[in-house]
Design a protein around this ligand. Structure first.
Ligand code: GDP
Ligand code: IMO
Ligand code: MG
Length: 421
């Protein structure tokens, strides 16, 4: 696996962090390619529980960790995260690389994210309110502040004054919020600059050289396929490209440098925030699965919406990412069910049936799932082999996707995973 992308195959929280942590032990460099502190990855190692948001999950294994130009960074969060890991005895010195092209989430991005959601009311997206959308919007408008800007006080002052002047008009007139003082923000940024200066690197060259030297590089996506800005369930998406192609864009390597794409999917589905979700359980029936799976957000603590595995959406994710294999996580969570429904196709509003993900939003918003019911195994997955019915469940998914499933998650801890196939 010289260059492998690890990508969420559903709406996030599939257990990417755990899989990256597992594979990092055999890797030389781990690279986070998009998103920011909207991500939350929980990694359980023995009695230790780590919550990671900005830094690649490989840091727990002590691996060199790079944050690519396609990411947005809240420096308070990143610095606190690294300080927290160091305080717990993890090595970080000399292991952290941050692209100078990554954009900085400024305090007004966080204010605007929250204010816009409040204003949208019933129409809100249900964002994590971490400033992700407004930061990427400023990147596209070309008034964003990049990590490299922080290292040059003159450039930083110029860019900040421009940004603050514009943002304050929006904050005061549109959102009725307090304006920011450019000098105060400048002072905070300069303090941050001193902390991050040693980490700033040319991450494109770093990855290029690692691949030339035959090193094993893991690219870790935040969020997931159905939250992709271009291919997800727009507008109920995030503002970056979590799909595998995003790795090449973020790190400035050719797409042909990527050898493998490992998708990560739960054995069922969850979604945080608003937006369509065809295989979602009726509200009254969600609590049981939510409790079994501990489905509460790492970043916001929100209840995750829960539903059965959706093979139509998963097949779409296989296609969009060019997946070469899949890790199916949290199979243990289904262990008490006598029967397990799986969505195999959709009925569209015109009454026709399809196994393909609808290209038009109205079809997706109004489709109905068709379930096939598989037998449960009703026994704990704590042995070295899966019980027959659990193996059949995994085989059923493999056949429906025409894709090998290579890893099966059987519990929270680093060691609770079985090789499959
Ligand atoms: P990520 O954002 O994709 O990294 O996923 P999260 O960490 O937000 O959410 C996944 C949750 O499931 C975390 O609490 C993990 O510790 C947990 N988890 C991961 N794999 C498994 C598994 O196979 N079984 C169980 N029971 N929990 C798992
Ligand atoms: P990880 O990496 C689950 C969702 C939010 C919201 C939408 C837009 O842990 O899988 P944003 O703050 O990005 O503008 O919110 O995307 N969302 C996630 N859902 N897991 C995540 O990350 C998410 N990151 C964003 O709930 O619906
Ligand atoms: Mg998560």
């Amino acid at each position: 696996m010289p260059a492998t992308v690890i990508v969420g195959a559903q709406w996030g929280d599939e257990g990417k962090g755990k899989i990256v942590d597992l594979l990092a032990s055999e890797s030389d460099l781990v690279c986070r390619y998009q998103g920011g502190p909207n991500a939350g990855h929980t990694i359980v190692v023995g009695d230790e529980v780590y919550k990671i948001r900005s830094i690649p999950s490989g840091i727990i294994q002590g691996k060199p960790s790079a944050i690519g130009g396609g990411c947005v960074i809240d420096l308070d969060v990143l610095i606190a995260e690294l300080d927290g890991l160091q305080a717990r005895g993890l090595a970080i010195d000399g292991l952290v690389y941050v692209s100078g092209n990554a954009h900085v989430i400024m305090p007004w991005h966080v204010s605007i994210d929250a204010a816009r959601e409040r204003k949208l009311g019933k129409l809100q997206i249900g964002t994590t309110r971490r400033g992700i959308g407004p930061a990427y919007a400023d990147k596209a408008t070309r008034i964003g502040i990049r990590v490299q800007d922080l290292l040059d006080p003159k450039i930083l002052r110029e860019k900040l004054e421009l940004a603050v002047a514009e943002k304050n008009v929006w904050l005061e007139r549109v959102y009725e919020l307090e304006p920011f003082d450019a000098e105060e923000v400048l002072a905070t940024c300069l303090a941050h600059a001193e902390r991050i200066r040693p980490w700033v690197a040319d991450t494109s060259l770093l990855v290029h050289r690692a691949l030339l030297a035959g090193e094993r590089v893991l690219f870790e996506g935040g969020q997931a396929t159905l939250l992709d800005l271009d291919h997800g369930t727009y507008p109920f998406v995030t503002s970056s490209n979590p799909i595998a192609a995003g790795a090449a864009v973020s790190f400035g390597i050719g797409p042909n440098r990527i050898d493998e794409v490992l998708g990560v999917a739960k054995a069922y589905v969850t979604r945080v925030g608003e937006g369509p979700f065809p295989s979602e359980l009726p509200a009254a029936e969600q609590a049981h699965l939510r409790e079994l799976g501990g489905e509460f957000g790492t970043v916001t603590g929100r209840e995750r919406r829960c539903g059965w595995l959706d093979l139509v959406a998963l097949r779409y994710a296989v296609r969009l990412n060019g997946m070469t294999s899949l890790a199916l996580t949290k199979l243990d969570v289904l262990s008490t069910f006598a029967e397990i429904p799986v969505c195999v196709r959709y009925v569209l509003p015109d009454g026709s049936e399809t196994e393909e993900f609808p290209a038009h939003q109205s079809d997706f918003h109004h489709c109905r799932p068709v379930f096939e019911t598989l037998p449960g195994w009703e026994t704990a997955l704590d042995g070295p082999e899966l019980p027959a019915a659990a193996r059949d469940y995994v085989r059923f998914v493999e056949e429906a996707l025409d894709l090998p499933i290579t890893l099966v998650g059987t519990g929270q801890s680093r060691t609770s995973v079985l090789a499959f196939g």
